[in-house]
Ligand binder design. Structure first.
Ligand code: HOZ
Length: 418
């Protein structure tokens, strides 16, 4: 495969940008080789600057539920461009987007739009602390909630990929406000609440994890989260940045029938443009300034381009509820009857093939994966025009744009590896 232009761009980029990339996992460090610089995308396809074509299973790490350059989203962005790209003042579309989100996710009684998933989780946590007057947070090992200081403790995604246990640059005092527990462990949760219950402001989790690879919560774990947070008057925060409008229109909370106190969104709700949202119970969200005394603000919050793209995306989803059955069927076809010796976890159209024989239920079991073999698999697929995430500890995403032929090609390429 000819990748001379990508190689040249990487060399140029490395002089200016750490690792030549603007987000660490993109650097291919754990799988080796040269990250592909992308020239364009359409539907389920990516083309790199050397003209190589790939079936894309990253989907911009989740947002591209309808594939790249969906016509309704492009039109919405063009309409917004004609009006102006940023006002720093409220617009009708922001209210419409909030209404769309609340319609799909009733627990989002009141919300704020921000610019990324990181901002959303950072702000939700601040609100939880402001509302409860407490400081401690429980998170789960291998979950990643963006690069929020206090949440970069035993975090997944790039931290897991690069083997960074705890990042430099986070004051110990911040990290000390976080208790990191094993995912799916009811016992660890009970112990933490028994020891610190009165000081726990919130429990935050990815209700289906994407950032240690795809990991599914057990019913008992979900039940314990609800029971213990209620018992101790801590808030339950669902980080639905990946799962929101992905595993179901109403997110993982709809799938599992749970009403969290606060939730965070990003990715799909921006239709491929930068956005985030946090919200939940009105009583809690009324703590946010200017109504309450928890401060959070942003020059580009509610940006008209991002809001328009997100609105087009969410309207399309509302008008076409059948897409979730279609995505499920495509994902089932792709993930069915896989080779022995690997473990596949899937929730709807997000999935991970772990190179381990063990069931993967938490970070420890995810880490039993043979990452060197995963790296070989990743490059085998890339050579055959299939672009999976360049890390064992990330989820792959399908879109409505993936065709039966794409799936057949992908399955064939997988079979050739084993
Ligand atoms: N943290 C993102 C997925 N888990 C990756 C972001 C990116 O590299 O674009």
């Amino acid at each position: 495969m000819n990748i001379v232009r990508s190689e040249a761009l990487l060399a140029r980029g490395q002089e200016l940008v750490p690792g030549g990339v603007n987000s660490p996992v993109r650097a291919f460090r754990s799988v080796g080789g040269t990250p592909r610089f992308i020239a364009k995308a359409n539907g389920a396809r990516l083309w790199d600057v050397d003209g190589n074509e790939y079936i894309d299973y990253i989907g911009s790490w989740g947002p591209m539920l309808l594939g790249h350059r969906h016509p309704e989203i492009l039109t919405a962005i063009e309409d917004a461009l004609a009006i102006g790209t940023s006002f720093g003042a409220p617009t009708e579309r922001e209210i419409e987007l909030a209404e769309e989100i609340r319609d799909a996710v009733p627990s989002m009684e009141m919300m704020r739009l921000v610019n990324s998933g990181t901002e959303a989780t950072m702000s939700a946590l601040r609100v939880a602390r402001g509302f409860t007057g407490r400081e401690l947070t429980i998170k789960f090992e291998g979950c990643y909630h963006g690069h929020v200081d206090s949440l970069l403790v035993k975090a997944g995604s790039g931290m897991a990929t690069l083997g960074i246990a705890d990042t430099a640059g986070v004051p110990k005092a911040f990290a000390d406000t976080t208790l990191a527990l094993p995912y799916n462990s009811v016992e660890a949760l009970e112990r933490a609440f028994a020891a610190h219950g009165a000081n726990i402001a919130a429990v935050i989790l990815e209700p289906v994890v994407g950032n240690m690879g795809c990991v599914i919560p057990t019913a008992a774990f979900l039940q314990a989260l609800v029971t213990l947070t209620r018992q101790h008057r801590a808030l339950l925060i669902f980080d639905e940045v990946m799962t929101g409008f992905r595993v179901a229109r109403g997110g993982a909370q709809a799938l599992f029938g749970i009403v969290p106190d606060l939730s965070t969104f990003g990715k799909v709700i921006g239709g491929g443009l930068p956005i985030g949202a946090y919200g939940g119970r009105k009583e809690i969200m009324q703590c946010v300034a200017p109504v309450g005394n928890v401060y959070q603000a942003g020059t580009l919050s509610g940006n008209p381009l991002a809001v328009s793209a997100g609105l087009a995306m969410l309207r399309h989803i509302r008008m076409h509820p059948e897409i979730y059955a279609q995505l499920e069927a495509k994902a089932a076809a792709l993930c069915g009857e896989l080779p022995a010796g690997v473990t596949l976890n899937r929730a709807g159209s997000m999935f991970t093939l772990f190179f381990t024989r063990q069931a993967v239920t938490d970070y420890e079991s995810a880490k039993t994966s043979d990452t060197a073999r995963f790296g070989k698999f990743f490059h085998h697929m890339l050579e055959r025009g299939v672009y999976f995430p360049p890390s064992q500890y990330e989820a792959a995403f399908l879109s409505t744009a993936h065709t039966d032929a794409d799936i057949a090609h992908t399955r064939k390429a997988i079979a050739e590896f084993f």
